[in-house]
Structure formats: structure tokens, C-alpha cells
Design a binder for this molecule. Structure first.
Ligand code: ARG
Length: 574
């Protein structure tokens, strides 16, 4: 266990308890005064009184810290400042180095977790909103799996409901094979808009579309076959986009809205049996407590519309039941844009009211903001159309290729193409994940592809440079050392960064604030840069060199792993 915060916690908690007589969280954090500090005495004194300096001194006396800290000081109104001994750093680094997981153990409490993410709509282009959900959801899947949780991916695509009447009729007009072709090459928007135009302009077509919806919902065989063509071609196209993005979604992860069809009526019946259903304007609704509109009127989740059809809300209630009861999940994540916050909160509230969702199970909306253009509005093409995701990704890759060609003209063509893909796609993902997900951000190719600053190429390059140190010198990272000898401040600073990885990853698994992992990787790379400027590696000798080689190796491995958890590749050369 090479997680310093955790180690200090383990040593201080019993000391606090012996002094206070009750369990106390030592509240360890990185410190500007020493390496770490504990502020728990302040809270304790606030509650029970006493002299803070005395109490802090007693805690320090009771704590077993000799092998970990070189200095333990009480300062100010009772802060405990902790300086980690170089020998302890050296020992912990040696442990990390010999461990495939660089010192981060799997979780002691593995959970079954569903991740609802990506969820584009069939016969419609994936837009930038789905890009964010796809990238964030993929990072959640990777991180939680790596920590040892069982993760079940749920791609809740929209492929049911009234628009499909119109789309099936349009498919018949165009001809089945021609329509399949249009969709498979990704002209989803063209297809959708053509159908929409007819629907808006042509009363007869509108009638046909309406009748078709009824046929679809009553399970008419021909209609279902045509509907399948639409959905299957869309899925094929989504798989192409996922392939380009390098996300873990597969064909088996599609659990679209239609999947829940047969369960909707029983969900409604159950809510009715619980006395939660109320009629409102002919529709069957649930009114979770605490949700009102501007006039103070209660807001409904409409489960059954006045025409007898089920709504988006009913389907989402069915997803909760399915995930809790059939998939036996205990943590339900919904990676969906912020505009759907209220909808999801209300759905989760209804599930709690119905008694479906309760401790220890929990549902979380992992919300995210929007991607903006440089005009500060939703990202669009110059012509004002929505941006096709494949175009956006291709552009990122081709711009990356141009940058790489200048940086490293000696790369052969095949390597260059692979590197350009890793850098271009990595840059798009990193720009997203390094922003606080609750915020909007401006999509900017130049900034995300820069080799300076908090970007994917900067981190990828930092790692590739370390790979080249080993490659050019033929040096190997040393194996099986019991303790590294640390002497220089830059070595110490880098060691402390490296040993912080575990606590960052554990915290991010809870909050899914991936920008904190990104910020960590960036400060690790910066600490490495300072170290590499101050401390010669290949020109040093003996224990000093051993230590420095391990620091290089661990930095490279931490960057590769950290980027990997964000879904970003690390090419060995760039
Ligand atoms: N298909 C929806 C959309 O494009 C997103 C679905 C999100 N997931 C959910 N369970 N509601 O907005």
C-alpha cells in the first residue's frame, strides 16, 4: 500500500481516538507548510473545548510515525504538520516499482455498477452532446473496472416512439436498400430531415406516419422489420464512430428504449398499486415531492400519455427497475447532459418513493455541460449545421498528423499514422476530460493539440521522452531494490507526486471528476520536467542513478496508466 495519505490516516486515527475517546477522522491533506497536514484538532476543540496545542501534542506523542516521518510539528492553532522521511519515500517507491499496479490495490468493496452513457438517437447524427457523454462514460468504465468493480455498460439509444412512424414511411418511399445505404454511410441527418420535411408539408404523409406508429406499437411484423433496418444501420454507424474514438462500447451494450417495451405496463401497474399514480389532463402521472414549476404547481413524470402511449419517463423508470432487479447493480450512473438534470432527479425520486431505490443502492446523475464554438454558442459548422462527429475526429487526426510530421520527420509512415491517431483522438478526449465536467467549454483544435500546457500531446510527449531515454541508452529500470536513495529536492518532489496517484484515483472513482486526474497528471509531468532539468540521469552513477531510473520508469508508467484510464493512448515515440 503506497498511498501516503492512507498510511498517515492509518497511523493518526488510533492516536486521535486514544486522546479524544471517540473515533476522529484525521483529515489528512497535502500541505503548503510540510508535505501533509492534519487539521482535525481544530474541529475537535470547536466541539469539545480544550487547548488545541496540548491536544495536538498528545496526538503526536501517541502516534507511531517514526518510520514514516522525519519531522512532525504542531503549529498555529493546532495544525499537525508532517514531513515524510526520504527513507520512507524510497521504500514506498521501491514497492510501487515492483508492482504491476504501481502500488494501487483494487478496491476492498467491489460493487456492481451500471453506466448509462453515449445514448445517441437512431436515424440521427451523433452530436457533440453525445460525444461528451461517450468520452466521460468510457473513462468511468475504465477507471471503475481497473479498481476492481463489475461494470455493466448500458447504451440507452433512442430508437422508439413517434418519430419512427415517419421514418419507416420515408424508408418505404426511398426504397429499403437505398435507405440502408444512406444510413450506413452516415447520412443520418439527411435521412431524418427529408422525412421531417415531408411530415411537415404533406398531410397524406403525416397520416401514413401516424398509422405507422400504431402498427409499430402493436407489433406489426412488416413494420418491425422495416424499423429494424433503420435501427440496425444506425447501430452499425455508431459502431464506426466508437471504433474511431477507441471507446469500449460494443454491439452487446445497446439496450435502447425499445428494450423496455414489454415492461412498461407492469411498471405503471406497480406505481398504481402503490397509490403513486394520478391522472392529469388525461395522462397518468407521478408527482415526486419537491418539484414544482414557476407557479408552484407540482411537476409530473408522465408515465402514460393521454393517447395511451408511454413516454421517455416511463422508459427511464423501467431502466431503474431493470438495473436494480435484473442486473443487481448497486450504483447506477447516468452520464447525461445537464439539461436532463431535473428529469433524472425526478426519476430517481420516484424510484425512491416507490421503494425500488434505497440504501445501499444509489443512482447518480453524472451531468456534463456543452461543447461550444468560438462564438460561445453550441458548436456548429460555419453553415450553421450540426457538426458530424466523424468529421470532427478526422480533422483532429489530420491536424495532429501535420504537427507530428514537423516535430518528428523521421517517423515512418505507418508509425506516423498511428501516432497521429493517438494524439488527435487523445487531444479531443483530454480537452473534454480536463475541464470540470459541469462546465461548458470551447472546442479549439489549436489549443487541444498544443505541445505546451495542460494537453494530451504534452503528457504523451513527456512519456515518450522517457521511453526514449531508456531506448537510446539501453538502460533498464532496476528490479527488486528494497529502498531508493533520495537526496535532491526535485527527486523528493517527484516522489511525492508519484505516491499521490492512488489517492487521486480513489477520489475520482467517487466523484467522477476526471479533471482532477488530468490536473494530477499535468502536475506529475511538470514535476518530472523540473527533476529532469536538475538531476542528470544517464550521467549519474550508482545508487543515485538507480533511484533516478526508477523515478523515470514510474513517471512513464503512471502517465501511461493515468492516460489509459481516461481512454487515451500513449505512443512510445512521437
Ligand atoms: N437519447 C437521449 C438523448 O439523446 C439520452 C438518453 C440518456 N439516458 C437515459 N437513460 N435517459 O438525449
Amino acid at each position: 500500500m503506497a498511498n501516503l495519505e492512507e498510511l498517515l490516516h492509518q497511523r493518526l486515527a488510533p492516536a486521535f481516538e486514544s486522546v479524544a475517546g471517540i473515533p476522529v477522522d484525521p483529515a489528512i491533506r497535502r500541505s503548503p507548510r510540510a508535505h501533509f497536514q492534519s487539521d482535525a484538532v481544530l474541529a475537535l476543540v470547536g466541539k469539545f473545548g480544550g487547548n488545541p496545542q496540548d491536544i495536538a501534542a498528545q496526538v503526536v506523542k501517541a502516534a507511531q510515525l517514526d518510520d514514516l516521518c522525519s519531522a512532525v510539528e504542531v503549529s498555529g492553532p493546532g495544525f499537525i504538520n508532517l514531513t515524510i522521511a526520504d527513507t520512507a519515500l524510497g521504500r514506498l517507491l521501491a514497492v510501487s516499482c515492483s508492482d504491476e499496479r504501481i502500488g494501487v490495490p483494487q478496491t476492498g468493496v467491489p460493487e456492481r455498477i451500471t453506466v448509462d452513457y453515449s445514448a445517441p438517437n437512431a436515424a440521427k447524427e451523433m452530436h457533440v452532446g453525445h460525444l461528451r457523454s461517450t468520452i466521460i462514460g468510457d473513462a468511468a468504465v475504465r477507471l471503475l473496472e481497473w479498481l476492481g468493480h463489475t461494470v455493466i455498460r448500458q447504451n440507452h439509444i433512442g430508437e422508439w416512439g413517434t418519430p419512427f412512424g415517419m421514418l419507416v414511411e420515408h424508408l418505404l418511399d426511398v426504397g429499403e436498400s437505398e435507405a440502408a445505404h444512406e444510413l450506413s454511410v452516415g447520412d443520418l441527418n439527411g435521412f431524418y430531415q427529408a422525412a421531417r420535411r415531408k411530415f411537415d408539408a404533406d398531410e397524406q404523409f403525416k397520416d401514413r406516419a401516424r398509422r405507422r406508429v400504431v402498427l409499430l406499437q402493436s407489433g406489426d411484423e412488416t413494420t418491425l422489420r422495416l424499423w429494424h433496418t433503420l435501427v440496425d444501420e444506425s447501430k452499425k454507424y455508431f459502431m464506426i464512430v466508437y471504433g474511431m474514438l477507441g471507446v469500449r462500447l460494443t454491439e452487446d451494450d445497446f439496450f435502447g428504449e425499445s428494450y423496455y417495451n414489454d415492461h412498461l405496463q407492469s411498471v405503471v401497474d406497480e406505481l398504481d398499486g402503490l397509490g403513486l399514480l394520478r391522472e392529469s389532463n388525461g395522462a397518468q402521472c407521478v408527482f415526486p415531492e419537491g418539484y414544482t414549476n414557476r407557479n408552484g404547481d407540482p411537476l409530473p413524470i408522465i408515465v402514460k400519455k393521454s393517447d395511451g402511449g408511454f413516454g421517455y419517463g416511463a422508459t427511464d423508470l423501467a431502466t431503474i427497475c431493470h438495473r436494480l432487479r435484473n442486473l443487481k447493480a448497486i450504483r447506477l450512473l447516468y452520464v447525461v447532459g445537464l439539461p436532463q438534470s431535473q428529469h433524472l432527479e425526478m426519476i430517481h425520486a420516484v424510484a425512491r418513493d416507490a421503494g425500488w431505490l434505497g440504501f445501499p443502492a444509489r443512482a447518480e446523475h453524472v451531468g456534463h455541460g456543452s461543447i461550444l464554438g468560438d462564438d460561445g454558442k453550441m458548436l456548429r459548422t460555419r453553415a450553421g449545421a450540426s457538426v458530424k462527429l466523424v468529421d470532427l475526429l478526422e480533422e483532429a487526426v489530420s491536424r495532429a498528423a501535420a504537427v507530428i510530421a514537423v516535430k518528428n520527420p523521421r517517423l515512418d509512415e505507418e508509425t506516423r499514422a498511428a501516432v497521429a491517431r493517438a494524439v488527435g483522438i487523445g487531444a479531443v478526449k483530454y480537452a473534454d476530460l480536463s475541464t470540470d465536467r459541469l462546465k461548458d467549454y470551447v472546442f479549439d483544435y489549436d489549443r487541444m493539440l498544443a505541445f505546451e500546457g495542460n494537453t494530451a500531446p504534452y503528457l504523451q510527449y513527456a512519456r515518450a521522452r522517457i521511453c526514449s531515454i531508456f531506448r537510446r541508452s539501453g538502460a533498464e529500470p532496476p528490479q527488486d531494490i528494497a529502498e531508493l536513495v533520495i537526496t535532491e529536492p526535485a527527486e523528493r518532489a517527484l516522489a511525492l507526486e508519484l505516491l499521490a496517484f492512488g489517492s487521486v484515483v480513489t477520489a475520482v472513482a467517487e466523484t467522477l471528476e476526471f479533471h482532477k486526474l488530468a490536473t494530477y497528471l499535468y502536475s506529475l509531468a511538470s514535476a518530472f520536467t523540473t527533476f529532469y532539468e536538475k538531476c542528470p540521469v544517464l550521467r549519474s552513477e550508482g545508487e543515485t542513478q538507480q533511484c533516478r531510473l526508477v523515478l523515470c520508469d514510474l513517471t512513464a508508467r503512471t502517465l501511461e496508466l493515468g492516460l489509459g484510464l481516461l481512454g487515451i493512448e500513449s505512443p512510445d515515440q512521437m
